[in-house]
Design a protein around this ligand. Structure first.
Ligand code: HEC
Ligand code: HEC
Ligand code: HEC
Ligand code: HEC
Length: 128
């Protein structure tokens, strides 16, 4: 009896842990890019349905966007969990323009290269 109880407690706890883990790694709640470093936004936030976008675009490698450099070279490691601004607007001489450039180059750059995905302002910066 006692043993059964322990087993079922363990089972319930494992399921709980599993849900927590899945929730922690799920990013389907992200629907726009909303970097906290922009003090005043002049445009509607850029549409970006994180998980759906990457699935449709066929991007499996997180480090394509969440990249990490060492001695100027891109590594295979990733910077998941960091905002782009933590690096691209971190130096005293960096301005919002540097961060905007980083986003536009990464997002728009790939769209242009692959001839897929939006490149017009209003296609990313959507009103609703
Ligand atoms: C096409 C580019 C792109 C790819 C590929 C990508 N991400 Fe992201 N991800 C972003 C952007 C942009 C954000 C928002 C960044 C920010 O908070 O400034 C983000 C945010 C996140 C966040 C939330 C961070 C937070 O602080 O809330 C997590 C977690 C994350 N991504 C994990 C992943 C994982 C895991 C993968 C690979 C399976 C992945 N991403 C692939 C662009 C990408
Ligand atoms: C851990 C720090 C770090 C994070 C986080 C980071 N970057 Fe970078 N990024 C770098 C470094 C270092 C370089 C190479 C030196 C340079 O060009 O500034 C670079 C290069 C770039 C480049 C030029 C090279 C290329 O890939 O075309 C773009 C564009 C870029 N980053 C955009 C982004 C975007 C967008 C994000 C967020 C999704 C991001 N970066 C997150 C550090 C980072
Ligand atoms: C490595 C390539 C790549 C990168 C990086 C990338 N995209 Fe895309 N994106 C694509 C492709 C490919 C499509 C077209 C997918 C399809 O067939 O619908 C797309 C489509 C889109 C769409 C239209 C689909 C929709 O959800 O309405 C938006 C918006 C978009 N991307 C925003 C972004 C933003 C914002 C970023 C930067 C944070 C970004 N993308 C970075 C490849 C990329
Ligand atoms: C491929 C998608 C994409 C396209 C196309 C695009 N942007 Fe952006 N833009 C972004 C992303 C992602 C950010 C970062 C948004 C954030 O964190 O709020 C950004 C940020 C900005 C910002 C700084 C934030 C603000 O609201 O003030 C400005 C200004 C801006 N974009 C203007 C433009 C203009 C002008 C065009 C057309 C010439 C354009 N963008 C085209 C994705 C895009």
């Amino acid at each position: 009896m006692v043993k059964n109880k322990i087993i079922s407690y363990t089972a319930v706890f494992s399921v709980f842990l599993l849900i927590l883990t899945v929730a922690a790694f799920s990013t389907d709640y992200i629907e726009t890019v909303d970097d906290s470093a922009f003090e005043k936004k002049t445009r509607p936030p850029a549409a970006f349905f994180h998980d759906a976008h990457n699935e449709t675009a066929g991007i499996d490698d997180c480090s394509v966007c969440h990249h990490l450099y060492e001695d100027g070279q891109k590594t295979d490691d990733m910077s998941v969990g960091m905002e782009c601004s933590e690096c691209h607007m971190s130096a005293p001489e960096d301005s919002a323009a540097d961060l905007i450039r980083a986003y536009h180059l990464q997002c728009g750059g790939c769209h242009m290269e692959q001839k897929a995905g939006p490149i017009m302002c209003g296609e990313c910066h959507r009103k609703n």
